[in-house]
Design a protein around this ligand. Structure first.
Ligand SMILES: [Zn+2]
Ligand SMILES: [Zn+2]
Length: 341
């Protein structure tokens, strides 16, 4: 079968013929129908995330149909439409037992990070990682929701976004677009901050109440105070992750506000004078991926047409490197998806 594998950093993926994965105890073989291409892929290309020694099939946003399953009948059967929860959590530790499986310290790994992912025709996944894909949600949407949708729901829960809050979503990429929609569903008033008019328009289209196009993060606080009657925001969703945007995050917070860090960049540290935060009893909170219940909720929002992932481009597997290049060139609006029949 065909697969796209990374052999070494600083090199694009190679399309090659590899063995179809074998069915093992407690696993399923999923015929991949759609796999999202995420900015996280670049962390492998840039050498930030290690892998190997074997070449690795990337792709952690996977939707497809069960081709084989063991044991048959464990809530799923051959032919079922599913998405794959990519954290291979142990299911037994304190955190797994207490609804924090995204942080499982004894995980086996992560599909598309340490184990072969979705940029191949068939992927092996633990049965425990399968999540039913509702009929109303397409494979492409399901794939994308398994990363950005889940992240948006989880981070909103972690930050305690709630009805009546005013929140700021800084960064209108795939995750930012989902955060805008989920924060609206949670009852918040949303200010989206984009780096271009085009992206600001996109933010409006998915439901942002107000938008700002930022050229200088040093002045963002001033703009945000104007929009909030001088109060500042309750949650600042940080998806950009530069020094300047993180600092702006602290400045834009109102009393009791939460700087929610989701996005980051290499060697960009958060540097602030504690008094600037404690004077308003602000908090710094962080969120990593999400739990299965977050993914299920994201899928439910999509099935109810309350959340709509923006899919910009569809590529066959052979053109995976074109999809990656578009992310490198910062041209993607929404998400690109690899589609397979
Ligand atoms: Zn992703
Ligand atoms: Zn665990």
């Amino acid at each position: 079968m065909k697969a796209a594998r990374i052999h070494k950093p600083e090199e694009m993926l190679r399309i090659e013929e590899i063995e179809k994965p074998k069915l093992e105890k407690g696993t399923a073989i999923v015929k991949v129908r759609a796999a999202g291409v995420c900015a996280t892929e670049l962390d492998f290309l840039e050498g930030i995330f290690p892998f190997g020694p074997e070449p690795l099939v990337l792709g952690h946003e996977i939707a497809g149909v069960i081709d084989e399953i063991d044991p048959e009948g464990a809530g799923f059967r051959k032919g079922d439409r599913v998405v794959v929860y990519n954290v291979m959590n142990c299911g037994k530790c304190f955190y797994c037992r207490n609804g924090m499986e995204n942080t499982c310290p004894t995980r086996k790994g992560q599909i598309g990070f340490t184990h072969n992912g979705g940029f191949e025709e068939y992927v092996q996944a633990p049965v425990a990682s399968l999540v039913a894909l509702p009929q109303e949600v397409s494979f492409e949407e399901g794939a994308v929701l398994s990363c950005s949708g889940m992240t948006a729901v989880h981070s909103s829960r972690v930050a305690g976004t709630t009805a009546g809050d005013t929140v700021l979503v800084n960064g209108v990429g795939g995750v930012g677009l989902m955060c805008i929609q989920v924060a609206r569903i949670f009852g918040a008033h949303v200010i989206a901050v984009a780096d271009s008019e085009e992206k600001a328009e996109l933010a409006k289209r998915v439901g942002a109440n107000e938008t700002l196009v930022v050229s200088d993060y040093g002045k963002l606080d001033e703009e945000v105070r104007k929009l909030t009657g001088g109060r500042g925001v309750d949650v600042y969703y940080e998806l950009v992750g530069t020094k300047g945007s993180l600092k702006a995050g602290i400045e834009c917070l109102g009393i009791g506000g939460r700087l929610l860090i989701i996005g980051y960049q290499k060697e960009q540290n958060l540097d602030f004078y504690p008094v600037d935060l404690l004077i308003k009893e602000g908090k710094v909170v962080t969120s990593v991926a999400g739990c299965k219940r977050d993914l299920e909720l994201a899928l439910r929002f999509a099935s109810e047409k309350r959340a709509n992932p923006i899919i910009e481009n569809r590529y066959p597997l052979e053109r995976i490197n074109d999809a990656l290049q578009r992310i490198i060139d910062r041209k993607v609006k929404g998400r690109s998806v690899i589609v397979m029949d």
